[in-house]
Design a protein. Structure first.
Lengths: 192, 262
C-alpha cells in the first residue's frame, strides 16, 4: 500500500508534546516527551495518543480524516492475549514455517475461522544479532505466519503484523533453550 | 554522541559528549526508541520509535523547540535511517510492499523511492561520503551479507563473502566499511568497499557491535557486553586502544557519533 505526503504535511506536523528548550545553552538537548501524529494517509492508528503523566499540557492529536485514511489497524495495546492461539517458533535466522508449527497454525486458523476477531501477529527474535536486522527478521516471521493463516482461509484484512525484533523476549537467559523460545510468532486478538 | 539508554525498562534516546560526559535524556515516551542517527548539520536525529505502537520513523530536533516529525509511518517496519551526506535524503527500510526493502525519502517533497527488489530482507543502508553509493545488508546470497549499490539502486555488488554480516557503516573518508560479523560471537570487522582488505577490529571478549565513525574517521564508538551488560566503548580505526566510556545506570547501545558541530 503506497502512501505519500507532501512537504507541508511532512514538515508541519502538529506536535503532541511540549519540548523544553533550554534557553542560553544551545548545545544542551531539550527533553522531548514527544509523540507525533502519523501523517495523513498513513495506516497509523487514528485514536488519540495516550497522554503522558510527564506532559499534561499536550495537545491531543487531531484524528486522521476518515475519508483519506485507509483501514487503520488498532494500536497494539488494544489487543489482548488469547489462550486459544499458540505461538510458533523458528530456527536461527529463519522465517519459514516448520512442519510441526504448521500443525499449530492449522489449529490457530481453525479457531480464527470460527471466531471473528481481529488478530495481531508479533514477530520476535532472540537476543543474538543486531537490533536493525532483527527488526527485519521479526517482520518476515510475522509475515510468514500471516501468509500461512491466509492460505488456510483466514481473511488477510483481519490480520495486522508487527515486528519487535529482539526487543521483547519472553526469556532473558543467555542459553540455546531460551533463544529458541524467543524466536517466535505470538498472537493477540481483539473483538471487532 | 546520541545513543540508546535503558530507563526503567524503556529504551530512550540520550546524548552525551564524546568522552561520555554530560549524559542527557532526549526522549521520555516510555517506549522503545532505536537506531538514532544524526543529520549532517547535527540539528536533528532520525530514529525508529514504538511511541505510537508501531515502529515508525521519526525526526527530532534536540536543540530546538520544534515538533517531532513523522518521516515514515507505513504498515510494517520503518527503520534504519541514514542521512545522505547533503542531508536532503534519508535512506531507510520499509516493508510496505511486502518485505523489508531499502528506500530513499526526499525530505523536501516527502517522496519515497524504492531502491532494492528482493523477496527476502534488504535493510541497513549506509551512505558513502560522496553520496554516490549506498552499502546495505541483504540475505539475497544466503545469510546476511554486506552489498554496495549505486545510490540509484543499480550495480549491486557483494562486499562480504563469509559469516553473518550486518550493521555496515561507511567511514567518512570513504575507504572503509565497518560492520558486525557473527563468527561465534559478534565482532567488528572492516573491509574496503570493493571487498578487499578485510580485517578484524575486535576479537571479544563478549559481543562487540554497532560501530559508528567519528567525523575524523580515526575513531569508532561501539557497544560491547564484555563486562556484563552492554556499554559503549571507543577505539581507533584499526581496533587498538579500546576504552570504555563512563558507564550509565543501565545498558547503553546504538551510539551515533555526531558530525562536527558547527
Amino acid at each position: 500500500m503506497a502512501h505519500r505526503w507532501g512537504s507541508a504535511q511532512l514538515l508541519a506536523i502538529p506536535v503532541l508534546a511540549l519540548s523544553l528548550f533550554l534557553v542560553g545553552c544551545p548545545k544542551r538537548p531539550a527533553t522531548t516527551a514527544a509523540s507525533a501524529p502519523a501523517p495523513t494517509g498513513t495506516p497509523a492508528p487514528s485514536s488519540p495518543a495516550p497522554s503522558s503523566p510527564s506532559t499534561p499540557s499536550m495537545t491531543p492529536a487531531p484524528a486522521a480524516p476518515a475519508t483519506a485514511a485507509p483501514a487503520t489497524p488498532p494500536r497494539p495495546s488494544e489487543f489482548a492475549e488469547n489462550a486459544n492461539l499458540k505461538d510458533v517458533y523458528f530456527d536461527f535466522d529463519k522465517y519459514d514455517i516448520r512442519a510441526n508449527d504448521a500443525k499449530i497454525l492449522d489449529t490457530n486458523a481453525a479457531w480464527l475461522k470460527t471466531n471473528d476477531n481481529l488478530v495481531l501477529i508479533e514477530g520476535h527474535c532472540d537476543e543474538r544479532g543486531t537490533n536493525e536486522y532483527n527488526l527485519a527478521l521479526g517482520e518476515r516471521r510475522a509475515k510468514s505466519t500471516m501468509n500461512y493463516l491466509v492460505s488456510q482461509g483466514v481473511q488477510a484484512s483481519r490480520i495486522t503484523i508487527i515486528s519487535y525484533g529482539k526487543e521483547r523476549p519472553v526469556c532473558t537467559e543467555h542459553t540455546e533453550d531460551c533463544w529458541a523460545r524467543n524466536r517466535r510468532s505470538h498472537f493477540l486478538t481483539k473483538s471487532r | 554522541m546520541a545513543y540508546v539508554g535503558v530507563v526503567s525498562g524503556h529504551k530512550e534516546l540520550h546524548m552525551m559528549d564524546y568522552d561520555g560526559a554530560n549524559p542527557t535524556r532526549v526522549t521520555s515516551n516510555n517506549s522503545i526508541n532505536l537506531s538514532p542517527v544524526w543529520s549532517p548539520d547535527t540539528r536533528s536525529l532520525a530514529f525508529t520509535s514504538y511511541m505510537r505502537g508501531y515502529p515508525y520513523l521519526y525526526r527530532m530536533f534536540p536543540f530546538e523547540n520544534r515538533p517531532v516529525q513523522v518521516l515514515a509511518g507505513f504498515l510494517g517496519i520503518n527503520t534504519t535511517p541514514a542521512f545522505s551526506p547533503d542531508g536532503r535524503t534519508v535512506a531507510l527500510t520499509l516493508s510496505r510492499d511486502g518485505n523489508p526493502e531499502v528506500y530513499l525519502l526526499t525530505l523536501a517533497t516527502g517522496a519515497f523511492r524504492r531502491l532494492t527488489t528482493y523477496a527476502g530482507i534488504d535493510t541497513e543502508p549506509t551512505w558513502s561520503p560522496t553520496g554516490r553509493e549506498i552499502a546495505f545488508v541483504s540475505e539475497r546470497a544466503g545469510g546476511a551479507h554486506v552489498f554496495v549499490m549505486d545510490a540509484e539502486g543499480a550495480n549491486v555488488r557483494r562486499v562480504t563473502q563469509s559469516g553473518f554480516n550486518t550493521q555496515p557503516r561507511w567511514s567518512p573518508k570513504g575507504d572503509t566499511i565497518a560492520f558486525t560479523s557473527r563468527q561465534g560471537n559478534f565482532d567488528l570487522w572492516a573491509v574496503s568497499p570493493d571487498g578487499s582488505n578485510l580485517r578484524r577490529l575486535t576479537a571479544g571478549p563478549g559481543n562487540n557491535e554497532g560501530a559508528s565513525w567519528a567525523p575524523n574517521a580515526r575513531h569508532l564508538v561501539f557497544q560491547s557486553n564484555r563486562s556484563g551488560n552492554y556499554q559503549l566503548y571507543t577505539m581507533l580505526a584499526d581496533g587498538s586502544e579500546q576504552q570504555p566510556l563512563p558507564r550509565g545506570a543501565g545498558e547503553s547501545t546504538s551510539a551515533s557519533w555526531s558530525p562536527r558541530l558547527p
